[in-house]
Write a protein that binds this ligand. Structure first.
Ligand SMILES: *Cc1c(COP(=O)(O)O)cnc(C)c1O
Length: 366
């Protein structure tokens, strides 16, 4: 039995008729850029995030750098960001000409280590990017406190955390501005690239919207020199269908996570830590174990595909070696990079498949 790491096909088959219909509608109306489907999506996704504004953009990376632009981050500014994240969180900082300042990750939640943020603040610090990694919120209350104390903005990288909650609050409505990705493999995935900026701040929303469509609100009246980064009609139509199921799919992910945890109890495998009073949406199910590479290889021999998020902390990635940060600077992330393993996780994963994965895993690890 082969168990893929990610299975987009079975979700597609479960909504195929609706999706094909919605896409055909877009084509019939030739509403390829902008239009009703995009408006409907922006409104419903803002509501879903408990926020007042949502601007559809080209992808999650664009959402991040447009948000940084909108809060006025530019050359010479420093932006605090966790070192254990997908590179896009950091690329966005580079894209606006600012300097990334890394912080190690928390030993339990894998999100930014709160205790290490304040020592990184300098007169050049302008913002903190809180990444809700693997589907779990960063510890937002202390982040907001530190930001308020030092006059920093808070950007949420929510690319992996659609529908997640922190102490009863929906992700996307907590910081100054939040950025989402609808890359196909994300919890809410389009059938191509897509992203969104979500905020309660009218001014930020206005600037992002201007920047994302050539600096103009009305065609050919360009207030500023902007860019082109838009969510297209077909992607919005697909997302509108998927919005009907996102809660159901999220609950299925949480059920799968809880079955994994139950079956792994008493083993040497460290399962994800879930913060109290918060909702982890399990974009990924990341465990820690010894001899990770060997275990991964043996799982694959049994047809079980896994992945590593992420194998190289950003400061040691070739693109950022130029910052000259030596190995050993972020001991938690560097150690964990050799121990973490992402097991298959998606709403359609069956109980039987989870039992099979854990059975094989326990055989190997014993
Ligand atoms: C996927 C992802 C992004 C980037 O999103 P794209 O839509 O692929 O550009 C940014 N940050 C994190 C944490 C991600 O997982």
């Amino acid at each position: 039995m082969t168990i893929p790491f990610l299975d987009l096909k079975s979700q597609y088959l479960s909504i195929k008729d609706e999706v094909i219909n919605a896409v055909e509608n877009i084509c019939n109306n030739t509403a390829f850029i902008g239009g009703k489907a995009v408006d409907i999506f922006e409104e419903s996704f803002a509501k879903y995030c408990n926020a007042s504004h949502c601007i559809g953009v080209g992808n999650g990376t664009d959402a991040l750098w447009l948000a940084l632009k909108a809060i006025n981050i530019g050359p010479g500014d420093e932006v605090i960001v966790p070192v254990n994240t997908f590179i896009a969180s950091v690329e966005a900082i580079s894209a606006v000409g600012a300097i990334p300042v890394f912080v190690d990750n928390d030993v339990d939640t894998y999100t930014i280590d709160i205790a290490n943020i304040e020592k990184c603040i300098t007169p050049k610090s302008k913002a903190i990017i809180a990444v809700h990694l693997y589907g779990q919120s960063a510890d937002m209350d202390p982040i907001l406190d530190i930001a308020a104390k030092h006059g920093l903005k808070v950007v949420e990288d929510a690319a992996q955390a659609h529908g997640a909650e922190y102490k009863g609050r929906r992700i996307g409505s907590i910081g100054d501005v939040a950025c989402f990705s609808f890359y196909p493999g994300k919890n809410l995935g389009a059938y191509g690239d897509g992203g969104a900026v979500v905020t309660n701040n009218q001014e930020i929303a206005d600037i992002v919207r201007l920047l994302s469509q050539h600096g103009s609100k009305h065609k050919y009246q360009h207030k500023i020199a902007g860019y082109n980064s838009r969510l297209d009609g077909i992607q919005a139509a697909v997302l509108n269908i998927k919005m009907k199921y996102i809660e159901q799919w999220t609950e299925a992910r949480r059920k799968n996570a809880s079955l994994y945890c139950q079956l792994l109890e008493g083993s040497n495998i460290i399962v994800p830590f879930e913060r109290k009073n918060s909702r982890h949406v399990y974009h990924l199910f990341v465990v820690r174990l010894n001899n990770r590479d060997e275990v991964q290889k043996r799982l694959l021999e049994h047809g079980i595909q896994t992945a590593i998020h992420y194998p190289i902390p950003i400061h040691l990635t070739e693109a950022y070696v130029k910052l000259g940060i030596p190995k050993g600077t972020y001991p938690v992330s560097e150690t964990y990079a050799n121990e973490i393993l992402s097991l298959p996780m998606y709403p359609e994963l069956s109980k039987k498949q989870i039992h099979e994965i854990v059975y094989v895993l326990r055989e190997i690890v014993q």
